[in-house]
Design a protein around this ligand. Structure first.
Ligand code: SF4
Length: 214
């Protein structure tokens, strides 16, 4: 979504299939931690002895008595409605697929676990807005708290934003516009190229690299 927000819809064309991301040690560590936190939250006795997991468990359970983990939500961009699916693979291809890390329905709050540095220059704003929209549309509410919870062995540092009816309406409009434009989108080099999942197959990047190596 950060690529769309930066101005390029090419990776969202149906005929463009970005290759699977190559995992590095940092990404593997992040994934492992997500799984461990989810397990701890779903089966309380098995919190384990990793300090990061213990902090995440305490942080979430002190806030909410009932919470949901790793929830696949599909948003129909033509009308902005959302529903929960059993797995991400069940979400229709023409829907926007979101898997939210942890959310509370009573509190209308959603958080994404972050296992990297909170001082990274990468902007998570598109993800925060999309997560917030997905949960608000799922619950049918007009205000939602959406945030990032940075997990470390020293504790949790959380940042959150309150999205109101205006923010949600803007996100709905944007999703509708992107869905209409994506089928014919051309590569548009932008600030997100560096992190783009389609970079390896993007004609704009291939041309650029060919020029450099000529
Ligand atoms: S690498 Fe290509 S597809 Fe990705 S954002 Fe840049 S121009 Fe768009």
């Amino acid at each position: 979504m950060f690529v769309a927000e930066a101005g390029c819809l090419y990776p969202f064309r149906r005929d463009v299939r970005p290759p699977p991301e190559r995992e590095n040690a940092k990404m593997r560590r992040g994934k492992d931690l997500h799984v461990a936190i989810e397990r701890a939250l779903l089966s309380q006795p098995a919190v384990g002895d990793r300090p990061e997991v213990l902090h995440a468990y305490r942080w979430a359970t002190e806030r909410w008595s009932v919470l949901h983990c790793e929830t696949p939500i599909g948003i129909d961009p033509t009308n902005g409605t959302a529903r929960q699916y059993d797995t991400k693979d069940d979400i229709p291809d023409d829907h926007v697929a979101v898997v939210v890390d942890v959310h509370s329905r009573e509190a209308a709050a959603v958080y994404d676990w972050k296992t990297g540095s909170q001082f990274s220059s990468f902007s998570y704003a598109p993800q925060v807005k999309l997560n917030g929209y997905a949960v608000a549309a799922l619950l049918g509410v007009e205000d939602v708290e959406s945030g990032l919870a940075y997990v470390s062995a020293h504790g949790i540092t959380a940042k959150s934003w309150l999205l109101d009816a205006f923010d949600l309406a803007r996100q709905r409009q944007q999703l509708r516009l992107w869905a209409a434009q994506a089928p014919t989108a051309e590569p548009t080099p932008c600030a997100a190229c560096k992190w783009c999942p389609a970079r390896a197959i993007c004609p704009a990047m291939v041309d650029k690299e060919a020029k450099w190596t000529a």
